[in-house]
Each structure stands twice: as C-alpha cells, then as structure tokens.
Write a protein of this length. Structure first.
Length: 121
C-alpha cells in the first residue's frame, strides 16, 4: 500500500492532493520511513517464499510422469520463461523494411510484432 493510499484510508475526508503532500512530509520522519521499509522487507520475504513455492510446484508437475504430457510441457515452458531461458528476437531491420514497403509506420509494426511474440496479442 502506498503512503497516499494508507493516508487516504486513515483519513477518508482528505483530498488526494493533501494526502500526497502529507505522505511526502511523513516519509521525511526517520521513524516512519524505517517502519515503511520494515513492512516492505516483510512483504518481499513473503513474495520470495511464494515465488519459490510456485517454482517448486511447477518443477514437481514437470517431472511427474503421472501428470498428462500437455500439463508437463506447459510446466516446463513456464519454468523456462521464468528463468529467462528463451529470448524472443525480432529482426528490426526486416520489420522496418517490410513496414516501409507496405506504407506502414515501422515503429507501430515493431511494437505490434513484439506484442505478438510476447503473447499479449
């Protein structure tokens, strides 16, 4: 939770601008900054534990012969993606050349190609 969100939750009648100002002012207090960092560190530890649990679960699925092959394949793929074992590469020269031949904006075509390769399209 951000400082502003915490302040707005504690003081719902306060305007958003006031919350930002008060949040910035409060973060200059050494005790408050220390507590915020302490809470963030606790969240980071829990996030690492959760990530470790997910990776261990994926690994168990990938290695379990009783699990259907499609599920195992997806588990291996997810593990590989998380570990950045696969790099998507776009030949920007080819994309730009093709875009120009088609009368399209090369930057837009490259952005669309990247989105397709990432699976977000």
């Amino acid at each position: 939770m951000s400082t502003v969100a915490a302040y707005e939750a504690a003081y719902p009648a306060v305007r958003p601008g006031s919350a930002r100002t008060a949040g910035a002012r409060l973060l200059h207090d050494v005790r408050i900054r220390a507590r915020v960092e302490e809470l963030r560190a606790g969240l980071a530890e829990r996030a690492l534990l959760t990530r470790e649990m997910v990776l261990n679960g994926l690994l168990a699925l990938a290695q379990d012969a009783a699990v259907p092959p499609g599920v195992r394949r997806h588990a291996w793929r997810d593990l590989g993606e998380h570990l950045a074992l696969f790099r998507l590469v776009v030949d920007h020269g080819m994309v730009s050349s093709l875009a120009e031949q088609l009368g399209l904006d090369p930057a837009e075509v490259e952005a669309e190609a990247e989105a397709i390769l990432r699976g977000s399209r």
